[in-house]
Design a protein around this ligand. Structure first.
Ligand code: NAD
Length: 314
């Protein structure tokens, strides 16, 4: 198939593009390179078509679809989970997704996979949280924009006969990640190996998933869905605290006696306004399709710390 990967030069998108190429698909990477990097595609640069463009521009999108497209994996977004400019989230997530859907509809492309997030649930009272949990009350602009996208995508699925799959990812970690707690800790400890600043009170407990496990889950969900709109949680079986993440990073870096300095955070120890303090997804829906993560949160974080260290040391 000829598959368009929006955000294909980013962290998850580039791993996904690699996997699709390996499976023999013809891949078009569409990215505005705001956070994506051409180096992320170094292993497959000769095998993919790269279209530099922005989802906010309908004419850029026309170029992306020009050579024909059978399916779209929509991974481009403003993935900033901290409070930011509401307009940024609206334009890069909601408007961008609407533009994409319209271009697909116009061209009769009806196969869509969407990168959603665990933050759509907000502060779920049920942990692990299943896909049918409600009411969904996002507490961040990011989570709200992603939930809005899911709603619009679902409406296109039932109004215009799309097959649409949304993956609600936990924290995805691994090589090429440019943000997130693991890289943040490695960077801080390279600068000062004696003291580590930890946002919040350190008791935030979340689930982490290895990027290749997430890609595997994505493809399985795509293949396992026949039509309509389906959402799947993608996470690991366990969750760990931010202090545990710090302990793993310290150990991987071979440090000892590191003093943890907690910022205290906001609103009961959150790292930032809108930070969901406890996140653990129920992954039984995807497991029933035959998927299970190879790594636990702890193992995924350890491997991610090793790769971040390698990347940051150069
Ligand atoms: P990333 O920033 O590495 O990738 C996003 C890519 O989209 C970048 O290459 C960026 O240049 C591109 N992009 C942004 N706005 C664009 C626009 N308007 N037009 C074209 N390209 C644009 O982030 P990531 O961590 O790889 O996230 C990929 C997707 O997965 C995002 O949708 C994100 O919300 C979602 N997600 C990520 C995580 C995670 O832990 N990393 C968790 C849940 C969901």
């Amino acid at each position: 198939m000829r598959i368009l990967v929006t955000g294909g030069a980013g962290f998850i998108g580039s791993h996904l593009a690699e996997r699709l190429v390996k499976e023999g698909h013809s891949v078009v990477v569409f990215d505005n390179f705001s956070s994506g990097k051409i180096e992320n595609l170094s292993r497959i640069l000769r095998d993919v078509d790269v279209v530099k463009g922005d989802l906010r521009s309908r004419s850029d999108l026309e170029r992306a679809f020009a050579g024909g497209v059978d399916a779209v994996f929509h991974f481009a977004a403003n993935p900033e989970v901290r409070v930011g400019d509401p307009q940024e989230h609206f334009e890069n997530n909601i408007l961008a997704t609407y533009n994409l859907l319209e271009e697909m509809r116009r061209r009769g492309v009806r196969d869509l996979v969407f990168a959603s997030t665990s933050t759509v649930y907000g502060e779920a009272s049920k942990l692990p949280t299943p896909e049918d949990y409600g009411p969904m009350k996002p507490i961040s602009l990011y989570g709200a924009s992603k939930l809005s996208c899911e709603a619009i995508i679902s409406s296109y699925a039932y109004t215009f006969q799309f097959k649409a799959v949304a993956l609600r990812y936990a924290n995805v970690v691994g090589p090429r990640a440019k943000r997130g707690v693991v890289r943040d800790f490695v960077l801080k400890l390279l600068n000062n190996p004696r003291e580590l600043e930890i946002l919040g009170d350190g008791t935030q407990r979340k689930s982490y998933v290895w990027v290749e496990d997430a890609v595997e889950a994505t493809l399985l969900a795509w293949r396992g869905t026949r039509g309509g709109f389906e959402a799947y949680n993608v996470g690991s079986e366990d969750s760990i605290t931010v202090v545990e993440v710090a302990d793993i990073v310290v150990e991987v870096m071979g440090l000892s006696g590191v003093r943890y300095r907690f910022t205290g955070g906001v609103d009961g120890g959150r790292g930032w306004v809108g930070d969901v303090k406890y996140m653990h997804l129920d992954i039984s829906k995807l497991k029933s399709l035959g998927w299970s993560p190879r790594y636990s949160s702890r193992e995924a974080v350890r491997r991610a710390a090793e790769s971040a260290l390698e990347e940051l040391r150069g």
